[in-house]
Design a protein around this ligand. Sequence first.
Ligand code: G3P
Length: 215
Amino acid sequence: MELFLDTASVKEIRSMWEAGILDGVTTNPTLVAKEGRRFEDVLREICALGIPSVSAEVVATDTDGMLREGRHLREFHPSIYVKVPMTPAGLAATKTLAKEGTRVNMTLVFSANQALLAAKVGAAYVSPFIGRLDDQGQDGMDLVRDILGIYRNYRFPTKVLVASVRHPVHVLEAAKAGADIATMPYAVMEKLVQHPLTTLGLERFLKDWEKVPKA
Ligand code: G3P
C-alpha cells in the first residue's frame, strides 16, 4: 500500500520524504491556497524533491478548459497526475487525457457508480473522500470496499486512492480493505509512526543501558 501526503507544504513533504515513508503527494486548490504562494512555484519545489507521484488539480469546470490545464500540468513534470473533478465535463476530459497518455486522478468521488465511471474513462486513480462521507453520517469505508469489489469484478487497473483521511484508523481500515493508496495530512502520518509504548520502551532501554559497565 502506498502512503501519500495530502498537503502543499514543501516543508511537510520534505520531512516525510527524508524519513523514507512517502510514496506520493496529493494537492487540491484549498491546500495550495493555505500556502499563500504561486501554484507553479509550489509544484516545482515538490517535484524537485523527486516525489514519484504528485497530484495537481485543474480548476476549469468545462471540458476544454480542463484539457488545456491538464495538458499544461502534464508537460510541467513527469511525476504529475492531473486531478480532475467527477463531473460530466470531468469525465469527458479524463477520457481524452487518458487516451493521450496523461495519468488522471478523478477526485470528489462519493459513490461507487461515480468510481465505476472513473474507471471506464481510464482514470489512473480514483479518490473517494471518506472523511466527508463520515461527517454526514455515511460510512466512508463502505464506499472504499464497494469500489475495490467492483474494480476486482472487472479487473479495472484504476487504483483506489483513499482521500479525506482524518485519523490513523482510516489508514488501518483502508489497508485492511486492500486499498492501493491512502493520502493523509501530515499530522495523521506522524501518528502512524508514534506509539506511547515505543517511547516508553526506548526510554527504559536507554536508562538500563547506563547500568551496563562500559570498561
Ligand atoms: O485532497 C482531497 C481530500 O483529501 C480533502 O480532505 O479533509 O478536506 O475532506 P478533507
